[in-house]
Design a protein around this ligand. Sequence first.
Ligand SMILES: Cc1cc2nc3c(=O)[nH]c(=O)nc-3n(C[C@H](O)[C@H](O)[C@H](O)COP(=O)(O)OP(=O)(O)OC[C@H]3O[C@@H](n4cnc5c(N)ncnc54)[C@H](O)[C@@H]3O)c2cc1C
Length: 338
Amino acid sequence: MEWGRRWQLQLSEAHWLGLSWPKEYGGRGLSPIDVAIFNMEYTASGAPQPVNRVGLNLVGPTLIAHGTEEQKRRFLPKILSAEEIWCQLFSEPNAGSDLASLTTSAQPVRGGWVLNGQKVWTSYAQFARWGIGLARTGPELPKHQGISFFVVDMQAEGVGVNPLRQMTGEAEFSEVFLDEVFVPADHLVGDLNHGWEVANTTLAHERGTTFPFKEQILCQLYFGEVLRAAQASGQLLDALVADRLGQVYVELRLLGWTNLRSMSQLARGINPGPESSQVKLIWSNLTQRLSELALDLVPTDRARQRQYLWSKSASIAGGTSEIQREIIAGRILGLPRQ
Ligand SMILES: Cc1cc2nc3c(=O)[nH]c(=O)nc-3n(C[C@H](O)[C@H](O)[C@H](O)COP(=O)(O)OP(=O)(O)OC[C@H]3O[C@@H](n4cnc5c(N)ncnc54)[C@H](O)[C@@H]3O)c2cc1C
């Protein structure tokens, strides 16, 4: 983490982060298409990804769209420099796919709110200085309307972080307990009870703007590595191996073309819509198939073992594959809800 922070600081000092952000907040004001091309080239170079991933990809764009001037000036520069790491306090034990059923409460008190509840699967929580959190402020309202979006101080009294070990052996995420946590009034983002609209900006950026271009390149690089190793070892002469590699190659091309289509939409000023679910679904299948094939070819390789285990999370994180299929069925194909 410390190494990653220093690396990100160097990137930010050279103005290679927040490229689409307005110049007054440390960005370059570049178009989304320029940013997509940069992300692909950056990833292809093999350079490590910036460590403040949630801050850069989710919090920054959300605050730029919905934050007050004071919030933008306070938080954006330290996201870029990685001086303050961020996490996303959305999922709860009984609210993941159906996020709007969340039950963490925010009660009004003098000068702000008091939060009570539990979050889970919170990536980077153990390093985070701040979290973007959803809490229920209007329990009497329909479930999507009674939610507000807050900036939560992860060092505040009453915040408990308990890292969860996943099957790779690492603890990438944590459960977070909020016990009478005070949030000052000026840490509300957007309007009271309108947090769902704000959260939708966050979720659109989670699926749509940075991730698909970067992941396409990472998969291409891994595919090239597996293909070269299979050639060198003679395994490519096995028709079943060649067939599986061929299948992955087809999916890689599909991902590339789907990304090009999103890029041309971005260039015309159209933000990612339901088709980002297609990208997420293609990528999850592709990354799992490729990781499994790579491990089958060299079962003793530690890096391939870890990649195989990690790839299992691809069809869960950022919305499960079942939910992506629901979105594609309903919003792209126009099929009736089940
Ligand atoms: C590596 C990783 C990192 C994560 N990081 C974060 C983070 O930083 N912050 C955060 O807030 N969350 C994070 N998450 C949580 C993630 O967003 C949720 O796990 C995800 O939304 C699914 O929710 P759930 O785990 O509660 O599963 P559930 O919603 O309980 O789903 C269980 C199963 O039921 C299926 N299902 C549910 N509803 C339907 C339906 N309507 N139709 C068909 N099938 C359905 C699902 O597809 C799934 O297979 C992370 C998850 C992972 C794996």
